[in-house]
Design a protein around this ligand. Structure first.
Ligand code: SF4
Length: 175
């Protein structure tokens, strides 16, 4: 049962308007290898920290909110737990939600990763915010991201084009 997959997570925000377009639930994954100076969530770095549950248990926290239109997987680094991330994304897709994922990896690194679960999570993602947080490029005016190097990527279009296509939706539009 894929809902029995383990997931190490740091926290859940049941309703957020700042972690992607519209009202969405946010799951913060625990564990991050990137160690970006200036990171806002350094408590998520420890791979042995946070809480260890199943994907099904985490999903129970968020599935009964009818006004939500999407889920955001943040961190920590969701792509360090790609099977759990993909299963959460699949559950969200089954509800008709869109999926947004924050990662410290670059798009170019993820598409070359040989793990099938990484590919699976990418295929279930609508919007990807990629790249590490770079303190010298910090910009509070950016939408949904912290530093100017990070990109908002339209994943379905990028997979078709085999290159990163930027997401150009607005707060009301899906990709
Ligand atoms: S990738 Fe994100 S969570 Fe990880 S260290 Fe960088 S800013 Fe922090």
């Amino acid at each position: 049962m894929t809902r029995d997959l383990p997931i190490r997570w740091a926290g859940i925000v049941e309703e957020s308007v700042v972690d992607g377009p519209g009202l969405r639930a946010v799951v913060f994954f625990q564990g991050c290898p990137h160690r970006c100076p200036g990171c806002h969530n350094p408590e998520t770095w420890d791979e042995q920290g946070g809480h260890l549950h199943t994907v099904g248990q985490v999903w129970e926290y968020i599935q009964d909110h009818p006004l939500l239109r999407g889920i955001t997987l943040s961190g920590g680094e969701p792509f360090c737990q790609p099977a759990a991330g993909a299963e959460l994304a699949r559950l969200a897709k089954d509800k008709g939600w869109e999926v947004m994922v924050y990662t410290g990896y670059l798009w170019e690194e993820l598409v070359q990763n040989p793990q099938p679960q990484v590919r699976e999570l990418l295929k279930l993602t609508d919007i990807l915010v990629d790249g590490p947080f770079i303190l010298a490029q910090r910009d509070l005016g950016l939408k949904f991201r912290g530093s100017g190097n990070q990109r908002l990527i339209n994943v379905p279009a990028s997979l078709v084009a085999s290159r990163p296509v930027l997401w150009e939706g607005d707060d009301d539009g899906l990709v």
